[in-house]
Design a protein around this ligand. Structure first.
Ligand code: CA
Length: 360
């Protein structure tokens, strides 16, 4: 339906509503808009896939069925890593993914996903919503006709699954590991081989020896994929993903065709899911970790302090290098880094000081 038709019909329905007759005409009449949402996750995958489902359900419910969104898992409509292109060309009106998957096409998009030793979930939300991050994100996706919005966050992830202990940087040399985004670049600098695979392929790749190690998300998600059956050591912390944003991708033309109230519903549903997913991770990760350790006898290991220190140094170099790739990347890096420097001063005397006081 084109915009003119839509306005005509909704106008007619509003006129009827104004007379006090048949308000339900708009909700149940011919004005239903149908959208597709493609995702990089296996259908219904805990946290990520169900987050996409929640987003679709919220939009459908909040709009009283005027905008119905149907979710497709990875490969159902398009392969996992073609989600961005599918939304850009309008094959689907929405997508659910994470921005670092598009680093080959838009390297600076990685800032809107997560950065090694970068911001936590709360800090990312602060930067995106109130620190100028969203405006920069809009500029990056503008040429592709796509809007990106935070629609989920994993919190601090786990370091990953290994079949050997990591006692020094030497142990990372020659390691073929699934690790996306800039974390992968860090591994490459240290002599490893980063591989990017969709979540649904990790278990097979690890058991078949296609990769030596993998990270995924955290206990809740890693338990669901059964990664403990393929690797023995589970490392923390996930220095490479300290607060990864899952993004809702929205085709700009499709969005602009919506009346204002439906636009607001789409954007606010993203905000709700952004908060909701993080809450779910905080609720489910602790119990899943207990299961991994107590039931499946997973060996939990902390990266040695010295290894973390060196990873931090290389991470800073990799981020600076990304900033040097183009003008947009430089501008985003400066904004991101400025916000982080300022946030760090406060988090030291708030979150960090409090958690230390509470738990040590
Ligand atoms: Ca991850």
């Amino acid at each position: 339906m084109d915009r003119r038709d839509f306005l005509k019909r909704s106008g007619a329905a509003a006129a009827v509503a104004g007379t006090g007759l048949g308000v339900s005409g708009l909700a149940h009449g011919k004005s239903t808009i149908k959208w597709k949402m493609v995702t990089t996750w296996p259908k219904n995958f805990p946290g990520l896939g169900t987050g996409a489902n929640n987003l679709a359900k919220l939009i459908t419910e909040m709009s009283g069925g005027r905008l119905k969104v149907k979710v497709y898992g990875a490969k159902e409509l398009v392969p996992a890593f073609e989600v961005f292109d599918a939304v850009s060309r309008g094959t689907a009106e929405m997508g659910h993914a994470s921005a670092y998957y598009w680093k080959g096409k838009v390297p600076e998009a990685q800032f809107f996903s997560t950065m090694p030793f970068g911001m936590t979930a709360n800090e990312m939300n602060g930067w995106i919503y109130y620190g100028g991050g969203q405006e920069l994100w809009d500029e990056v996706y503008e040429p592709f006709g796509v809007l990106g919005r935070p629609a989920g966050n994993t919190g601090v992830q786990m370091g990953g699954w290994f079949n050997k202990e990591i006692n020094s940087l030497e142990d990372l040399k020659g390691l073929k590991m699934r690790i996306p985004g800039l974390g992968g670049e860090v591994l490459k600098r240290l002599g490893g081989t980063p591989v990017n695979l969709p979540g649904g392929e990790l278990f097979t790749a690890l058991t078949s020896g296609t990769i030596d190690a993998t990270e995924w998300v955290g206990p809740y998600n890693d338990l669901a994929f059964g990664l403990y059956k393929a690797a023995k050591y589970y490392y923390y912390p996930g220095f490479h993903e300290p607060g990864t944003i899952l993004e809702a991708l929205i085709n700009r033309k499709a969005f602009e065709k919506l009346p204002k109230d439906l636009q607001s519903i789409v954007l606010n549903a993203c905000r709700v899911v952004n908060m909701d997913m993080l809450a779910e991770y905080y609720a489910r990760n602790p119990g899943a970790l207990d299961q991994l350790v107590d039931k499946h006898k997973v060996q939990l290991r902390a990266y040695p302090d010295d290894v973390l220190r060196q990873l931090r140094k290389v991470s800073a170099e990799v981020a600076e290098e990304l900033a040097g790739q183009n003008q947009a990347a430089k501008k985003i890096y400066e904004s991101y880094q400025g916000f982080l420097d300022s946030a760090r001063k406060f988090s030291r005397i708030s979150d960090l000081a409090y958690l230390k006081a509470r738990d040590e």
